[in-house]
Design a protein around this ligand. Structure first.
Ligand code: SF4
Length: 340
């Protein structure tokens, strides 16, 4: 393993001190607490100080703040927005495993996350029925072995890196023992939220697997990227981890051409390639983040104009029942003039 960190703060302690009270968050950000602030009991505020520190003080419209601050609009019922927008309940053949696409199976390793993103498409997911125990890990392994089409396993959640290293290692070891698997892909928002989660032991575990390890970061705005995250990405890359990023198009957060271009440049600067730009999944409580498809396509044309091809992520949408991520047909609208 190359590169060792010294004096890395303990990520679990940082996690245990995460902010969970809306009034405290306003106070930390030097913002007045609105009389009608929203403090939901289900899917409450959760954000570690490391991420709070990236939010600009005194700005109620900060793009990072909007991603994590509960909003009264979440309680509205909006037609077309459901608790299971991707129909995952119907692709959940055994506990802890979602199998929608032919060559890959997804494991919900945990329901826990470092942060509660207000647009999360799994915010209503029945984690209680889908958290595999150690015994059930073997059942999942058998399921994967018996389907010769599966050559990639996705670790998801919740955030899989919420698990401690001992449990991550157990999952990596289990999957690494399956010959037909080429790649283990880890989808995580943890490095952007709590970069110290990428500790030496985790890097060692990942670099020891004989499989290709791909880590897909979930970063939506360049402001989420700082030097410590860049250092951690460098260590992951030095140890053979392939780094990609996927983002969600979110109203008020990244719905400007310049913002999206800055994100691609900032990712590339730290060695991460933009992979997907997702249209919002229509999950109940998130309608206030949605932007219409014509606007999304206009933004995309703007990125194509300004960025080299390798910096333009694929614009996709997850459509329930489709056996792949659905590419958006950008030619349904010829280069729409968007005033940024
Ligand atoms: S980290 Fe991922 S799974 Fe967790 S709340 Fe955010 S989007 Fe959802």
């Amino acid at each position: 393993m190359s590169d060792i960190f010294f004096n890395t703060p303990n990520w679990q302690q940082e996690l245990s001190c995460a902010v969970s009270d809306v009034a405290t968050l306003y106070e930390l950000l030097e913002l007045p607490v609105p009389a009608n602030h929203h403090q939901p009991k289900k899917f409450p505020l959760r954000v570690p100080h490391a991420f709070v520190n990236k939010i600009k003080k005194g700005d109620p419209n900060d793009p990072l703040l909007l991603q994590i601050l509960p909003d009264v609009a979440e309680s509205l019922t909006v037609m077309g927005y459901t608790t299971d927008p991707l129909d995952e309940n119907n692709h959940n053949p055994i506990k802890g495993l979602i199998h929608k696409y032919q060559n890959r199976a997804l494991i919900t390793l945990t329901g826990a996350c470092a942060v509660h993103c207000r647009y999360c498409f799994r915010q209503h997911f029945d984690y209680g029925a889908n958290l595999p125990s150690s015994d059930e890990m073997a059942v999942i392994g058998e399921y994967i072995k018996q389907d010769s089409n599966i050559n990639e396993v996705i670790f998801s959640g919740g955030d899989p890196l919420s698990l401690n290293n001992r449990r991550i290692k157990a999952w990596i070891d289990m999957v690494s023992d399956i010959d037909a698997i080429n790649t283990i892909r880890i989808h995580t928002r943890m490095p952007a939220i709590l970069p110290n989660r990428i500790d030496d032991e985790l890097v060692q575990i990942l670099s020891s697997s004989p499989k290709h390890i791909v880590m897909v970061l979930h970063i939506n705005h360049a402001q989420e990227i700082d030097d410590i995250l860049a250092q951690k990405c460098q260590v992951l890359k030095n140890n053979g981890v392939v780094l990609l990023n996927q983002s969600v198009l979110l109203k008020g957060v990244n719905d400007k051409i310049e913002t999206l271009c800055q994100l691609s440049w900032a990712l590339f600067k730290m060695g991460v390639l933009p992979y997907y730009l997702h249209i919002l999944d229509k999950v109940a409580g998130s309608a206030h983040f949605d932007i219409d498809i014509q606007h999304a396509i206009g933004l995309y044309w703007g990125m194509l104009e300004r960025l080299s091809g390798y910096l333009v992520p694929k614009l996709v949408q997850e459509v329930a029942g489709k056996p792949y991520k659905t590419p958006i047909d950008i030619y349904q609208i010829t280069k729409t003039a968007i005033k940024d």
